[in-house]
Unconditional design. Structure first.
Length: 358
């Protein structure tokens, strides 16, 4: 494997080579001139014995200077080409990107300088990521418009019906309108959580809690639904004092429990909590059927839903797990998924052990 040339080393090598060659030309050329060549030139023998500069001396100085200048120009142009060619390629591509052409890429196949190659490669990586971000932005805008359109359309239709006298103003209709408004509010809140730098800049209300109690509070809200669908709940919970935002942890567990009710066919759910190393953790595990491997990479991305999920729950928007990850990132932790050999789905919430600031 060839080691890439370092720019500073290349410049030093070129300058040293240039200096060495000029010295060799001056010394060796002068020796050859005054030892041999001057004897064969007309009047050279007489000129060699004179103390004053002759025309031949001036001629030799001019020739040596011209040769040195030519060598210097050759090395300078050679080195400048190696440096400027990739820089010009990057500059041209930057100009194209500034005009909106995100497909522009810098290319330089003849550079032998490691730094120049790294510059071109890093620029192309940046352009690639910029293009992906632009595509994701367009997808986000389309997905958000799609998700907001349904509740807004329902609200507008019901309110227009009230204005036109099609619907009677009764409590049931107002409750339905309130439900649509709450759903719209929750959707906007989820979008805010997900868009806050992936959760990194999302503000939390941290305090010291008993994690077991928080998990049981979240689970209690789902007990009637778990019983109705004949779920078997296996809780391996223990008292654990930790620092977190309990409302946001409950929100994460609400998403996981709700997904289990909708998508798990095993009717068995295992909930654990504990700590390992410097991290707290909560595990929510079912016994199948599991999420296909090809979809696991996008599991926590907004608006990403597999075909099976869309068939089971057509009304879902694919924001739940992305909100979970955003909340855990705000805790300086993470939300992850793994599929066991028995096709059991295991969701893990983890965040660092912290001391509550007084």
């Amino acid at each position: 494997m060839n080691k890439e040339a370092i720019l500073s080393r290349q410049i030093l090598t070129y300058m040293l080579s240039l200096t060495f060659i000029i010295i060799v030309i001056a010394i060796l050329g002068s020796w050859l001139f005054y030892s041999f060549l001057i004897d064969y030139l007309p009047g050279g023998g007489l000129a060699a014995n004179e103390d004053e500069m002759t025309l031949l001396d001036w001629t030799w100085i001019a020739v040596a200077s011209a040769i040195s200048l030519a060598v210097s120009l050759f090395f300078t142009v050679k080195l400048s080409s190696r440096i400027l060619t990739p820089l010009n390629a990057v500059a041209y591509s930057l100009k194209q990107i500034s005009k909106g052409n995100l497909d522009a890429r810098a290319s330089c196949t003849n550079s032998q300088l490691g730094e120049m190659n790294n510059l071109v490669n890093d620029f192309n990586d940046m352009a690639e990521k910029l293009q992906k971000l632009d595509v994701q932005r367009n997808l986000w805008n389309a997905a958000i418009a799609h998700e907001l359109r349904t509740p807004v359309t329902i609200l507008r239709g019901r309110l227009q019906g009230l204005v036109d006298g099609v619907f009677e103003p009764d409590p049931a209709l107002f409750r339905n309108l309130l439900k649509q408004t709450e759903g719209l509010t929750n959707l906007i809140e989820d979008l805010r959580v997900v868009s806050s730098s992936g959760g990194a800049d999302y503000s939390l209300k941290l305090r010291e809690i008993d994690l077991e109690e928080t998990i049981r509070n979240a689970l209690e809200n789902f007990l009637p639904e778990f019983q109705r669908k004949q779920f078997t709940l296996i809780t391996e919970l223990k008292s654990q004092h930790c620092v977190c935002d309990p409302l946001r942890i409950i929100q994460c567990l609400t998403v996981l429990f709700d997904n289990a009710l909708k998508y798990s066919t095993s009717r068995t759910l295992i909930i654990k909590n504990g700590s390992y190393g410097k991290d707290n953790f909560i595990l929510v595990q079912d016994k199948g059927p599991g999420i296909p491997e090809e979809f696991q990479g996008d599991l926590f991305q907004p608006f990403q839903r597999g075909e099976l999920a869309r068939n089971i729950n057509p009304e879902g928007c694919g924001l739940g797990l992305s909100v979970v990850r955003a909340i855990m990132l705000a805790h300086k932790g993470n939300a992850s998924y793994k599929l066991t050999r028995d096709n059991h789905s295991v969701f893990e919430l983890s965040w660092p052990v912290l001391e509550c600031k007084k």
